[in-house]
Structure formats: structure tokens, C-alpha cells
Design a protein around this ligand. Structure first.
Ligand code: FAD
Ligand code: DHB
Length: 388
């Protein structure tokens, strides 16, 4: 088989890139190692920056998001069980959209199918070849047969554990990493959200987040030690702990019910440079991971896709230098979101060696955020997303 851009990974990065390129007349094949049902059942991000919303609309996949997504003008922060609001819209003139990654992925699959896009699922043993040359190719197995795809470019959209990043030699690649000493235990429950907007809570027992997917489906997270497992956390224990950490008035009225999903995610900051080597581009989680506190993971994937789509359309229109700019443009935005996610994580979480002094510093930072217009404007500008 031959295509112009072979895309490894059928998560949000790979599907969105395929969709945008197809609409620009560039041919792609997507190789995904898992089944479609598996990809569509993963519960992940929930908040879209406005730039992501506009990118999805430009890709022709905005209709259901615009009908069912929940635009949010602000968020509550909380310290010592007392919340205050940051008004993103008043500070920046922009909002965010609460619309789950699961829905974004479903919309992208539907759009790809409608346009006759080629997505090969359950592709095993995907291997990249001759990436540093002008004639790269990809091999994989499916149904007991080995297949080969020749292409002009390969887009590595295969997440943190994928095969694309390790293809770049150690002598070229530079990795930067911080691993945090805690994880997030998340549950999904078929209950009304705790509040009409998200609540990010700092508490001496640990961080908590009240989020949602729609008016009947809530998403909650609490910080837990890294060695905890979901078996240790009954639903009742989860609700008790959540209620201890959030504003008192919210805890009193919180609607509780059985969890329909429960999982633990470790927190990590990671960047791999460069994001292009020869004819291979890295996109999304394949190149970088942020701790989820700032809700940036999926949004960074969307901005990478935006830059790569632009570079490839310019390349095929005859601008031979366009692809040289991709890595630097994407990384500039990645590092600023990295900084915001690191800062917000540091302010909101309880660290194992944290002293009372450190706790007071966090509370003082939150008090500054409550009382300073400048501090609120800075948080708001970064939360709604810096421009692409
Ligand atoms: P992925 O979504 O990881 O997609 C990569 C795809 O590549 C997958 O479908 C995978 O199966 C496929 N693949 C991997 N290896 C191969 C291979 N060898 N061959 C072929 N295909 C391959 N972000 C937030 O903003 N908020 C959150 O609450 C949040 N929660 C998260 C929870 C978890 C458990 C994880 C892992 C991430 C979370 N994120 C969150 C981050 C966000 O989901 C990611 O940033 C986003 O999914 C990145 O999209 P992606 O397409 O780049 O990577
Ligand atoms: C959600 C996840 C986040 O990491 C975040 O910062 C906000 C919301 C969510 O899953 O709803």
C-alpha cells in the first residue's frame, strides 16, 4: 500500500490529523494497535480549550460538541474547604468547553468513516523503517499476514508507550522528565455534577477535583499515594474522602451514587525533543505528557496537530522549508503548557514531605489568586489556552 502520510495511533491526535489532512486533499492511513471498542471506551480528558474547539469545528467534527458540550465561563478553586471563583470570560473574553475525550474520539471516528478514511485497527508489531530517508515505510501484522505501507512522512501519534519516539536515536533525542509522588483516583458516576462549574480543591489531606461530562454524569478525582490500587477504594470510601476535601457547602449537597468507572493515573511531566527527525513527526502524548491538573494533555495534542497540518499542507503546496518549523513551533507551546501544569500541580497537591510551612505557602498562593486581578488574569489566560 502507498499513502502520503502514514499515521501511527488512532487516538485523538492521529484521528484529528487524518481528518484535517484528508480535508486538505492529503492522503493518510491510520494504524491502531487496539480494537475500536477499546479506544472508544477509554475515559480520559474532559476540558477543551477554545482553540481546540475551533480546530475540531474546522475539521468538520464540531456539530455534536456544539449541541451537547457545556461551555464554561469560569472555575472554582478551593482551599481549607472554602471556594472562590475565577471568571475566565471576564478575564480573557474566552471560555472552555466541557466535552469528554471519549466523545471527541467517537465524533472523529464517525467523520473518518463518513469520508472513507482508512483506519486499520488491531495492527500488531508496527515498525518504522528508513525514517531518516525520503522513502520511509511502515510494516505491521494483521490476521497472520505482514503488510507494508510506503509513504512520504510518518506521524507518530501513538501515545507515551508507542513505538515512534524510540525510533529516534538516543544521540539525537533528549528527554526531560519529572515524576510526581502521587496519582489521581478518578470515578465516573451517573449523578448530577456537584456544581455548575469545575472545582479544583487544595486540602491538607490532598487534592480533589469535581468535574462532569453532562448534567447527569459526573467525574471526580482525588489525589492518592502512588502505591494505592482501585480495589482499596470502595465507592463509599471515595465519597467520604472527596467530601472531606471540597468546599463545605458543596459536600453537604453532593449527590452520590455507584461508580461506573474507577481508575488511577500516575502524574508525570515529560518532554522529548526534537519532535521531528527526518521524515518522522511526533505528535501529542508520543512527545510529551503533562500532569492532568491544568487539563492540557488533549489540548496540546490538538495544537501539535494544528501545526503539523499547516506544515504538511504548505509542504505539498511547494514550500519545502515548512516542515522544518514544526518541531520548534510545537515545542514552544508545549513548554509553556508544561510550566502551567507543573505550577498548578505544585500549588494544588499535598507532597509526601510537605511541611506546615509549605501548606501555608500554597494557601497564601491561593489567597493571592482570590484577591488579585493580575493573578486571576494569568491563570485564566493559561487555562483557556495560549493562542496557537
Ligand atoms: P493517545 O490517546 O494515547 O493515543 C495513542 C494511540 O496510539 C492509542 O489509541 C494507542 O492504542 C495507539 N498506539 C500505541 N502504541 C501503538 C503502536 N505501537 N502501534 C499502533 N498504535 C499504537 N488529559 C487531560 O487533559 N485530562 C485528563 O483528565 C486526562 N486523563 C488521562 C488519563 C489517562 C489514564 C491517560 C493515559 C491520559 C489522560 N490525559 C488527560 C491525557 C490525554 O488523554 C492525552 O493527552 C491524549 O489522549 C493524547 O492523545 P494522543 O492521541 O496523543 O495519545
Ligand atoms: C477533567 C480532567 C482534568 O485533568 C482536569 O484538569 C479537568 C477536568 C475531567 O476529566 O473532567
Amino acid at each position: 500500500m502507498r499513502t502520503q502520510v502514514c499515521i501511527i495511533g488512532g487516538g485523538p491526535s492521529g484521528l484529528l490529523l487524518s481528518q484535517l489532512l484528508h480535508r486538505s486533499g492529503i492522503d493518510t492511513v491510520v494504524l491502531e494497535q487496539r480494537s475500536r471498542d477499546y479506544v472508544l471506551s477509554r475515559i480520559r480528558a474532559g476540558v477543551l480549550e477554545w482553540g481546540t474547539v475551533e480546530t475540531l469545528r474546522a475539521a468538520g467534527v464540531g456539530a455534536r460538541m456544539d449541541a451537547e458540550g457545556l461551555p464554561h465561563d469560569g472555575t472554582y478553586l478551593s482551599a481549607r474547604n472554602r471556594g472562590f471563583r475565577i471568571d475566565y470570560f471576564a478575564q480573557t473574553g474566552k471560555r472552555v468547553m466541557v466535552y469528554g475525550q471519549t466523545e471527541v474520539t467517537a465524533d472523529l471516528y464517525a467523520a473518518r468513516d463518513a469520508m472513507g478514511g482508512v483506519i486499520i485497527d488491531e495492527a500488531q508489531g508496527v515498525t518504522l523503517h528508513d525514517v531518516e530517508t525520503g522513502a520511509p515505510y511502515v510494516t505491521y501484522h494483521k490476521d497472520g499476514t505482514e503488510h507494508r505501507i510506503d509513504c512520504d512522512f510518518i506521524a507518530g501519534c501513538d501515545g507515551f508507550h508507542g513505538v515512534s519516539r524510540p525510533t529516534i536515536p538516543d544521540t539525537i533525542r533528549r528527554d526531560f522528565e519529572r515524576v510526581y509522588p502521587f496519582g489521581w483516583l478518578g470515578i465516573l458516576s451517573e449523578t448530577a455534577p456537584a456544581s455548575h462549574e469545575l472545582i479544583y480543591a487544595n486540602h491538607e489531606r490532598g487534592f480533589a477535583l469535581c468535574s462532569m461530562r453532562n448534567p447527569e454524569l459526573s467525574r471526580y478525582y482525588i489525589q492518592v499515594p502512588l502505591d494505592h490500587t482501585t480495589d482499596q477504594w470502595s465507592d463509599a470510601a471515595f465519597w467520604d474522602e472527596l467530601r472531606r476535601r471540597i468546599p463545605e457547602d458543596t459536600a453537604e449537597t453532593l449527590e452520590m451514587g455507584p461508580s461506573v468507572e474507577k481508575s488511577i493515573a500516575p502524574l508525570r511531566s515529560f518532554v522529548s525533543e526534537p519532535m521531528r527527525w527526518g521524515h518522522l513527526f511526533l505528535v501529542g502524548d508520543a512527545a510529551h505528557i503533562v500532569p492532568p491538573t491544568g487539563a492540557k494533555g488533549l489540548n496540546l495534542a490538538a495544537s501539535d496537530v494544528h501545526y503539523l497540518h499547516e506544515a504538511l499542507t504548505q509542504h505539498y503546496a511547494g514550500d519545502a522549508g515548512a516542515i522544518n518549523l514544526y518541531s520548534d513551533r510545537a515545542l514552544a507551546r508545549v513548554w509553556s503548557a508544561m510550566r502551567f501544569s507543573w505550577w498548578f500541580t505544585t500549588v494544588m497537591h499535598r507532597f509526601p514531605d510537605q511541611s506546615e510551612y509549605d501548606q501555608r505557602m500554597q494557601e497564601s498562593e491561593l489567597q493571592y489568586l482570590e484577591t488579585s486581578q493580575a493573578a486571576q488574569a494569568s491563570l485564566a489566560e493559561q487555562y483557556v489556552g495560549l493562542p496557537f
